[in-house]
Design a protein around this ligand. Structure first.
Ligand code: NAD
Length: 492
């Protein structure tokens, strides 16, 4: 990585070649990738692309280092996680700066993401001291235990949108439960999604060889998924890539956790407080430019308040400010790259051709996409069905609660849903019938508190498989252990 104008105390140049990083980090390295600032197009640096050979070498080294780490006293593993949290707290502002510059986050989103990531480290520090199994009933004279053991090497593949949090939410609990980790961040956000994490753990005193950070694209991800030293893949990303990862993991008999895309409904019932409904809708749709797996992809609004809701949403969308979050206090920053922008633009145009009304936005300048409102969207419209991953409100009217349930469930995804109503009983009754992994009554769809299980069903992944109580299950496996004072005299 070459020098940047950003503070270097936390990410100093000597690290580009440190042992902790088995990837090639130096500027001018073979197949180096440019790290670009989406808001300006400026070059922040260069980062190496790991190839299949580097993935194999890292996985092998991680496997060799894992056993000694697991044998360490539990409180020593806890101490490393706690120290990593302290280092992150100390360098909070630098991390936030990087998130703003590298991923186009607003400062508020970047601060929220950093806070969540620190919380993950603190929570993970508590994992090693938890009970690790149970005593089973057995025959007389035999001690029979069911105990949880680490898997070995966990491969983590992470996306660009919450690059730090979506990587560290797997890296930290996997290490805490005694595993080694090979992390492959998205190459567009390899500093926040990889380099920062490696640096936190290096400064926290994590023994060498346990965490390998290998920036790279699909090829490096595919190599990780098929490597014989890797026992599990924790993947967060698109459903398309997730299917490939799931197939490969199945073929190579690896455990796999898939956190994929979503088309999440926020249902606004006709008795909802209109001001609060608008605030929730705008947050769910426009936060981080709509680039969140839990973003509100459909606003289902009951007919009685539909027109008033729509008019005020359009006015709100037109008021939102868009610009470079590094230099101005804006509501929305840029999309991550031209590919994402062109995808969003295509869907908005196709939606209009299919009969939706464009009430606000729809255009873009560079990577800055206007806060957009599409209304009167019907079930056969591409905007109703596709994950847009951009600041586009898709507003759909409905008449009855039954119809709202049918509309919300009309998707292959099943990540998050939310219902707004003054009648909590009615909202809960409706919510019970939504096929999702995350359900919120009187809130919007974008929520994560770290200590909750997180995940979706259907094309959103294989269940609430990560976070909070799910972590111990996820990153360890059962072993049955029996002990007798003497071996039995079997009759053969
Ligand atoms: P993506 O699938 O293109 O990339 C995600 C990661 O997978 C990157 O590191 C990428 O390099 C890697 N990858 C791509 N193809 C691969 C392959 N064949 N084998 C192994 N690795 C491969 O995702 P994206 O489009 O950049 O990210 C946005 C998507 O991620 C959206 O669909 C969003 O909903 C989803 N997402 C889900 C969650 C969740 O927790 N459910 C969180 C954030 C984002």
């Amino acid at each position: 990585m070459s020098s940047t104008s950003l503070p270097a105390d936390f990410l100093p140049a000597h690290l580009w070649t440190e042992l902790l990083f088995t990837g090639t980090w130096e500027a001018g390295a073979v197949a180096a990738t440019a790290v670009l600032e989406p808001a300006t197009g400026n070059l922040l640096g260069h980062i190496g692309n790991a190839d299949a050979g580097q993935v194999a070498a890292s996985a092998k080294a991680a496997s060799a280092a894992q056993s000694a780490w697991y044998q360490q006293p539990y409180d020593e593993r806890s101490a490393v996680l706690r120290k990593a949290a302290q280092v992150a707290e100390h360098h909070f502002d630098t991390i936030v700066d990087w998130l703003v510059r590298e991923s186009g986050s607003t400062r508020a989103k970047a601060a929220f993401e950093t806070t969540l990531s620190i919380k993950v480290l603190h929570e993970s520090a508590g994992l090693p001291s938890r009970s690790q199994g149970e005593v089973l009933p057995s025959t007389s004279g035999r001690l029979s235990l069911a105990r949880r053991r680490p898997l070995g090497v966990v491969g983590v593949i992470s996306p660009f949108n919450f690059p730090l949090y979506l990587a560290i939410r797997a890296v930290a609990p996997a290490l805490a439960t005694g595993n080694a980790v090979v992390l492959k961040p998205d190459p567009r956000t390899a500093v926040c999604g990889g380099f920062v994490i490696a640096r936190l753990f290096e400064l926290a005193g994590l023994p060498a060889g346990l965490l390998h950070v290998l920036p790279g694209g699909a090829e490096a991800g595919a190599a990780l998924t098929s490597d014989p030293h890797v026992a599990m893949i924790q993947f967060t990303g698109s459903t398309g890539a997730g299917r490939k990862v799931g197939e490969a993991a199945g073929r190579h008999l690896k455990k796999v956790s898939l956190e994929l895309g979503g088309k999440n409904s926020l249902i606004v019932l006709d008795d909802a407080d209109l001001d609060l409904a608008l605030a929730n809708a705008a947050w769910g749709v426009y936060l981080h430019q709509g680039q969140i797996c839990m973003s509100t992809g459909r606003l289902l609004v009951q007919r009685g308040i539909y027109q008033r809701f729509l008019e005020r949403l359009v006015a709100k969308a037109k008021r939102l400010t868009v610009g470079d979050p590094a230099t101005a206090n804006v509501d929305l920053g840029p999309l991550i790259n031209a590919q994402q922008r062109d995808h969003a633009h295509r869907v908005v145009q196709a939606a209009q051709q299919a009969g939706a009304k464009l009430d606000a936005g729809g255009g873009y300048e560079g990577l800055f996409f206007e806060p957009t409102v599409l209304s009167d969207v019907t079930r056969d419209n591409p905007a109703f069905n596709e994950e847009i991953f951009a600041p586009v409100a898709v507003v759909v009217p409905f008449d009855t609660d039954e119809e709202a349930i049918a509309l919300a469930n009309d998707t292959e995804y099943g990540l998050s849903a939310a219902v707004l109503s003054r009648d909590v009983g009615r909202a809960l009754k409706l919510g019970e019938r939504l096929r999702v992994g995350l359900l919120h009554i009187n809130d919007q769809t974008v929520n994560d508190e770290v200590i909750n299980p997180f995940g979706g069903v259907g094309a959103s992944g294989n269940g609430a498989s990560i976070g909070g109580p799910a972590n111990w299950e996820e990153f360890t496996q059962w072993q049955w252990l029996t002990v007798k004072s003497d071996a039995p005299a079997y009759p053969l």
